[in-house]
Design a protein around this ligand. Structure first.
Ligand code: FES
Length: 115
């Protein structure tokens, strides 16, 4: 029977986290998440998820999620909750423990989508 890298025999995850890794040229008016170290943040969250044993959570890099000014942009499915990450360890711990493990939105980290 085929298995994925985590030893699972069926595709699909209970939660899927996308973190924008898009990069724009320096000085671009919208900026980009990668200049805010989004790829390092994504790697750190991946490590934390692995160390925490959350085998049904997948953390992946995405392209631009179109809310560049609010980045580091992050969205968690299936709930479709959007977060603005600042890259701190404290935020990542809360995201992992409260949302990815316990299924509760971290309201104070949600992206402000007001114009
Ligand atoms: S560059 Fe990250 S949301 Fe656009």
């Amino acid at each position: 029977m085929a298995k994925d890298g985590k030893g699972r025999t069926e595709p699909g995850y209970s939660r899927h986290v996308f973190i924008c890794g898009h990069q724009r040229p320096e000085g671009s008016p919208r900026g980009c998440c990668s200049e805010k170290n989004s790829l390092e943040v994504m790697q750190r969250l991946k490590e934390m998820v692995r160390q925490g044993g959350l085998d049904n959570v997948r953390v992946q890099k995405s392209g631009c999620l179109d809310f560049c000014e609010n980045g580091i942009s992050c969205v968690v499915y299936p709930e479709g909750i959007w977060y603005s990450l600042n890259g701190s360890e404290e935020q990542l711990i809360r995201l992992m423990e409260q949302h990815l493990r316990d299924g509760l939105t971290v309201e104070e980290m949600q992206m402000n989508l007001e114009p």
